[in-house]
Design a protein around this ligand. Structure first.
Ligand code: NAD
Ligand code: MG
Length: 392
C-alpha cells in the first residue's frame, strides 16, 4: 500500500486532497501516515479517524489537549507544535502533500524529501523562499517534487515529452482576482471582506486576498522560475477572467500549448497524486461551445505593483524571495487585522525589500535554511517597524 501524508489537511487544498484519497479507496487503498492542521482539531481528528492515520499533528501546542480528547480511543497518536510537524514529516511516506499555508510549510516539506518521497507541492512559498535548496535536497535523495498550483501543474503537463531548451516562453494566467476592474482610488479603500471573495476559485482566505492584490501571481512567477529553471524574461502573466486556460507554453517553433480545465484544484492535486498515470477525477468537463469565448488581456502593473516586485526579487536573487514572501505575509496579517489599507501591502513590501537589499545585499546571501529563516524574521520585523513608524 502507498504510504501518504497530508500537511495542512484541514485547509482548502488539504480537504480536496482527502476527498480524492477517499474517492480512490481511502484507508483500504492508502496507508495514511500523518495528517496535520491548525486550530480546527475536530475536523483534523475526524479526518484522522476516517482515514485511520497513524498520527495527527496540530501546529499549536495549546490545541494538544483538545486533539487528544478528540482522538480518544482511536489509537491514533496526537502531537503539536512546529517540531512535531517536522518529526511527522520525517516518518517515511511515498507521497506527501505539502499544503500548509505560508513559510511555515517549508520545514516539513524539506524534511519529507529525505526519504526520497514524492512531494506534491501546493506550498508555493517553499519555492519562493528556498527554491534552489529544495530542488538540491530532492536531487540528493532521489525525491521528486510535483507542482500542485493549477498554473504550474498545467505547465508541467504541457512539457511532458518536451525539451526545456525548446521552451521560448511560459505564460501563466491570472483571473485578476476580486478587484480586476477596480480603479486605484477604490482599491485604496478595499476591505478585507471584499478582498476575501474570489470570482472563480474557492480557496483559503490568505491566497484569496493574495489573488486580489496579485501577490499570489507574483509568488507564482517566482515559483515558475524556480521550479522549471526558466529565465525570468521568458515568464509572462496574462489576465484571463474565465480561469479556464491555466497556463500556456510557447516553443521555439512558434507552437503554443495551452492547458484548459475547470477551476477545481482537484485536477492539479489528482494529477500529482496519480502521476505519471491519469485517473478519472471528479472535475467538471468543459463545454467550450456553451462557454463560447475566452478573453485575455495584459496585467496592469500600476494597479497591481506586486507583479513588478516579483521581477525585482528575481533580479536580486539570493534570499530576496524569503524577504519578499515574509514581508508579504506580515503585510497581509496587518491588512487582515485592519492596521493598513489594501494598497499599503505592496508599499510596505517594496520598502522592506529595498531597505534589505540595500543594507545586506540580499542577492549575495547564500540560500541555507538558517539564512532563509533569519531573512524571514528580519523582513517581518522591518514590515512591523515601518507600520509602527507610520512609513506605511
Ligand atoms: P488554507 O488556509 O485553507 O489551509 C492552510 C492549512 O495550513 C490548514 O490546514 C492550516 O491549519 C494549516 N496551517 C496554517 N498555518 C499554519 C502554521 N503556521 N503551521 C502549520 N500549519 C498551518 O490554505 P489553502 O488555500 O489550502 O492553501 C495551502 C497552500 O496551497 C498555500 O501555500 C497556497 O498558496 C497553496 N495553494 C492553494 C490553492 C487553493 O486553491 N486553495 C491553489 C494553489 C496553491
Ligand atoms: Mg495558482
Amino acid at each position: 500500500m502507498r504510504r501518504v501524508s497530508v500537511f495542512g489537511a484541514t485547509g482548502s487544498i488539504g480537504v480536496n486532497t482527502l476527498d480524492l484519497l477517499t474517492r480512490q479507496g481511502g484507508a483500504e487503498a492508502y496507508q495514511v501516515v500523518a495528517l496535520t492542521g491548525g486550530r480546527n482539531v475536530d475536523l483534523l481528528a475526524s479526518q484522522a479517524r476516517s482515514l485511520r492515520a497513524e498520527i495527527a499533528v496540530t501546529a499549536h501546542e495549546d490545541c494538544l489537549p483538545a486533539l487528544r480528547a478528540a482522538l480518544h480511543g482511536s489509537g491514533i497518536e496526537a502531537a503539536a507544535g512546529a517540531g512535531a510537524l517536522v518529526e511527522a514529516a520525517e516518518r517515511p511516506a511515498d507521497w506527501v502533500m505539502s499544503a500548509i499555508v505560508g513559510a511555515a510549510g517549508l520545514a516539513p516539506g524539506f524534511a519529507a524529501l529525505k526519504h526520497g518521497t514524492t512531494l506534491a507541492l501546493a506550498n508555493k512559498e517553499s519555492l519562493v523562499t528556498a527554491g534552489p535548496l529544495l530542488l538540491a535536497e530532492a536531487a540528493r535523495h532521489g525525491a521528486r517534487i510535483l507542482p500542485v498550483d493549477s498554473e504550474h501543474s498545467a505547465v508541467f503537463q504541457a512539457l511532458v515529452g518536451e525539451e526545456i531548451s525548446a521552451v521560448e516562453r511560459v505564460i501563466i494566467t491570472a483571473s485578476g482576482g476580486a478587484f480586476r476592474d477596480w480603479p486605484l482610488e477604490r482599491l485604496a479603500r478595499a476591505t478585507v471582506a471584499e478582498a476575501s471573495t474570489h470570482p472563480n476559485w474557492a480557496m483559503g482566505q490568505r491566497i484569496t486576498i493574495d489573488s486580489a492584490s496579485m501577490f499570489n501571481k507574483a509568488l507564482e512567477v517566482i515559483e515558475t522560475k524556480e521550479y522549471f529553471q526558466i529565465a525570468p524574461e521568458k515568464i509572462e502573466v496574462l489576465v484571463h477572467p474565465e480561469s479556464l486556460v491555466h497556463a500556456l507554453v510557447g516553443f521555439a517553433d512558434g507552437a503554443l500549448m495551452a492547458h484548459l480545465g475547470a477551476p477545481d484544484m482537484r485536477h492539479a492535486i489528482g494529477y500529482a497524486l496519480n502521476w505519471p498515470a491519469r485517473r478519472d477525477l471528479p472535475v467538471a468537463r468543459l463545454d467550450l461551445a456553451a462557454i463560447g469565448a475566452l478573453t485575455f488581456r495584459a496585467p496592469d502593473l500600476t494597479r497591481f505593483p506586486a507583479l513588478a516586485l516579483a521581477r525585482e526579487v528575481m533580479a536580486i536573487g539570493g534570499t530576496a524571495g524569503a524577504a519578499f514572501n515574509a514581508a508579504k505575509e506580515a503585510a497581509l496579517d496587518a491588512f487582515i487585522a485592519g492596521q493598513i489599507g489594501f494598497l499599503d501591502m505592496a508599499r510596505g513590501v517594496e520598502s522592506v525589500l529595498s531597505e534589505m537589499s540595500a543594507r545586506q545585499g540580499l542577492g549575495n546571501v547564500a540560500i541555507s535554511l538558517d539564512n532563509v529563516m533569519a531573512t524571514d524574521a528580519e523582513a517581518r520585523a522591518r514590515l512591523h517597524q515601518s507600520i509602527s513608524s507610520g512609513k506605511v
